[in-house]
Design a protein around this ligand. Structure first.
Ligand SMILES: [Zn+2]
Length: 264
């Protein structure tokens, strides 16, 4: 049985994306059957090839919302997933805005590409979907895109939560209570609250309100103003008394029975 999380980037927001000082390729979750790419932003396909991770093996893509640091490489990954647009294959899962568009929020995937995906799924908060040897439940966000979603993925080795871009809302407490690993998009350092995003102190409040804290918190989608992620991780870890790891390009975390293995 295998469950691993691999980071193809750790950055987010306009400045990290434009400068690529923090890569914006999203991350992947691999199980025995699932090869899921989450939020493939700018550079995802380049970084995957650099990391020697096969884009061809992708069999599911999750796009949390319609901001470019989360979606620009989606169509290229669909092309890989469908063996060069020759085979109808895989899942495309995302918010209403990303997949179909809504008013001023234009969809981010062409009909041509959507037609080659076997299962194209728009999810709203609390919707669930069976996904190979896992199950995915969409979670609520509060962000510039009103239809943005995160998820809780139920795997054989525990649950993995992904907040996506959101500011602090009460539902995050229940949605991620008791997950084994929580991947949180923490854009800013402590006390640097910003609308539509989480800072370190927001995630501390959220996790402190849970009945069961996650075993491991991974800081993702950091902006350029997150200058010293390692120090920030130590700060969060000290207060919450849980393991906290800042995502970095190529970071691989393998979930085993009762422990984790980190690899770069
Ligand atoms: Zn966003």
């Amino acid at each position: 049985m295998r469950v691993e999380i691999v980071f193809i980037g750790n950055g987010g927001g306009r400045w990290a994306t434009i400068t690529q000082k923090k890569p914006t390729g999203g991350f992947r979750i691999h199980t025995d059957e699932l090869k899921l790419h989450i939020d493939p932003g700018p550079g995802a396909i380049v970084r995957l090839n650099q990391l020697k991770i096969s884009p061809w093996k992708t069999n599911a893509i999750f796009v949390s919302h319609c901001h470019p640091d989360h979606y620009t490489d989606t169509e290229i990954l669909i092309e890989a997933m469908t063996e060069g647009m020759l085979k109808k294959r895989g899942y495309l899962i995302g918010s209403l805005t990303a997949i179909e568009g809504f008013g001023k929020y234009e969809k981010v995937v062409s009909e041509y590409h959507k037609n080659m995906v076997k299962h194209c799924c728009v999810l709203y908060p609390n919707d669930e979907i069976e996904l190979y040897d896992t199950k995915l439940k969409a979670t609520k966000t509060k962000h510039g895109d009103p239809f943005g979603i995160g998820f809780r993925l139920y795997t054989k080795l525990g649950d993995i939560g992904y907040t996506s871009d959101t500011e602090k809302i009460d539902s995050l407490i229940d949605d991620f209570d008791g997950v084994r690993v929580l991947i949180a998009n923490i854009t800013r350092m402590k006390n640097e609250r910003i609308r539509g995003h989480l800072c370190s102190n927001d995630i501390i409040d959220i996790i402190n309100s849970m009945n069961k804290k996650p075993g491991l918190l991974i800081m993702n989608h950091m902006g350029l103003k997150m200058k010293n992620p390692k120090r920030e991780a130590e700060y969060i870890s000290r207060i919450l008394d849980i393991d906290v790891v800042p995502a970095r390009y190529g970071l691989k975390i393998e979930l085993l029975d009762g422990k984790y293995i980190y690899k770069i």
